[in-house]
Design a protein around this ligand. Structure first.
Ligand code: ADP
Ligand code: MG
Length: 403
């Protein structure tokens, strides 16, 4: 781990600003999944043990720099108060200013406060230096535990680090370690399973992993563009004409032996993009006119399972089919169950939809790591340094200088 973490600083008695990602799914003011809140508890509890004063901040929704009553954090503060067991949670209805500062100063050691939605402030998404300074003035130390927002260069993810020592939280640390291991030091063979709707969304990941992985498995809607490149007719499948040449290039590289590539043998096709559409299983070179690819077929699931059985590390990004429709979720479930059953392999799941699928199947506990960062995990796997991570102190740089 090249970045300093909260364990590397003396935080006793200090005011610690912790950027979390509590952008949780909500329906009618009720939180439908609090896993993002739970995922930050190790950092909060660690800070409480250290008798730090914990000041949490997050965005929620898209209020676009204005106060939006529907995007207030009251329900999140309530849920947090149930999960944080050592003390109550003080909900501050603003995120900067004299009232916030006074409330933070009055926190006892081990106390926890939650600031109001940072995106109520116009300076947040612009990474305005004045707003960043005001936010940072509430704290002696900054901890970033918001991996899911680390791909955004905002005031609360990047700007604050100009004013106070900035280190990673424990969730951030785990995300960077697990995803970093896939790219830099995987237990081999390393397999990448890629899916999702479109090739264009996955080109950068594919490009980065083509050089690193021993095996690339492609499913999902993006496979249709590869079928086209192979000369098959794809019926009404969603394909990207302008990516056919790219797919052909990847196929050529695989043919020349520079990477092992596995594509579907059979697919589930449907007449319409509908949950209850008529459907059937066909070989990939037998996709009928007027039908479209919706999922990988059963022979493909078995073949993928066999290929993955001998892998040391598997990273998975992108569902194998339109898993939101149960009729077309078998491929995604098959791959999820395969990964869950791999004994001794490291299994890492990234991507918003893919993590959601694994969670809803109840298989998250059986993966080595399910990333909490959708877009952030994708950008990480593309090989980009995330701005929210770049802003944190490097180990050597910070080693001698405690705040
Ligand atoms: P992630 O969020 O995990 O990175 P993506 O956003 O790339 O994944 O892709 C997820 C979407 O891809 C899902 O909504 C799923 O329905 C869609 N998808 C997968 N296979 C197909 C397909 N054959 N046709 C159309 N959409 C598909
Ligand atoms: Mg997605």
């Amino acid at each position: 781990m090249p970045k300093m973490t909260v364990r590397d600083l003396d935080v006793r008695g200090r005011r610690v600003l912790v950027r979390v990602d509590y952008n949780v799914p909500m329906e009618d003011g009720r939180i439908t999944d609090d896993s993002r809140i739970r995922a930050t508890l190790p950092t909060i509890e660690y800070l409480q043990e250290q008798r730090a004063r914990v000041v949490l901040c997050t965005h929620f929704g898209r209020p676009n720099g204005k106060v939006d009553e529907d995007a207030r954090l009251a329900p999140i503060a309530q849920r947090l108060a149930r999960l944080v067991t050592r003390t109550g949670v003080v909900y501050i209805r603003e995120c900067i200013g004299p009232h916030a500062a006074a409330t933070v100063s009055a926190l006892p050691p081990g106390g926890v406060a939650l600031l109001e939605n940072v995106r109520f402030e116009p300076g947040e998404e612009k990474n305005d230096p004045e707003f960043a300074r005001a936010l940072a003035s509430l704290a002696d130390v900054y901890v970033n535990d918001a991996f899911g927002t680390a791909h955004r260069a905002h005031a609360s993810t990047v700007g604050v680090a100009d004013h106070v020592p900035a280190v990673a939280g424990l969730l951030m640390e785990r995300e960077l370690e697990m995803l970093g291991m896939v790219l830099d030091a995987p237990k081999r063979p390393l397999a990448a399973v890629l899916g999702g709707a479109k090739v264009s969304g996955k080109i950068a990941v594919l490009g980065n992993l083509l050089d690193k992985a021993d095996l690339i498995i492609i499913g999902g809607g993006m496979a249709a563009t590869f079928f086209k490149a192979m000369g098959h007719s794809v019926g009404d499948s969603l394909i990207e004409e302008e990516r056919v040449a790219y797919a052909a290039d990847v196929l050529a590289r695989a043919g020349a032996g520079s990477v092992d590539l596995a594509l579907p043998e059979d697919v589930v096709v449907a007449r319409e993009f509908k949950a209850d559409s008529e459907s059937r299983v066909v070989a990939v070179d037998r996709i009928p006119d007027g039908w479209r690819v919706m999922d990988i077929g059963p022979r493909t699931v078995a073949a993928f399972r066999e290929r993955l059985a001998s892998c040391g590390t598997v990273v998975w990004n992108g569902p194998m089919g339109v898993f939101e429709f149960s009729e077309f979720s078998n491929g995604t479930r098959g791959v999820a169950e395969t990964l869950a059953g791999l004994d001794g392999a490291v299994t890492v799941v990234g991507g918003g939809s893919t993590s959601e699928a694994v969670l809803s199947l109840g298989l998250a506990d059986r993966m080595t790591h399910v990333s909490t960062g959708g877009g952030a995990s994708l950008e990480f796997l593309e090989g980009h340094e995330l701005p929210g991570v770049a802003a944190l102190r490097d180990r050597e740089e910070g080693a001698a200088s405690n705040p």
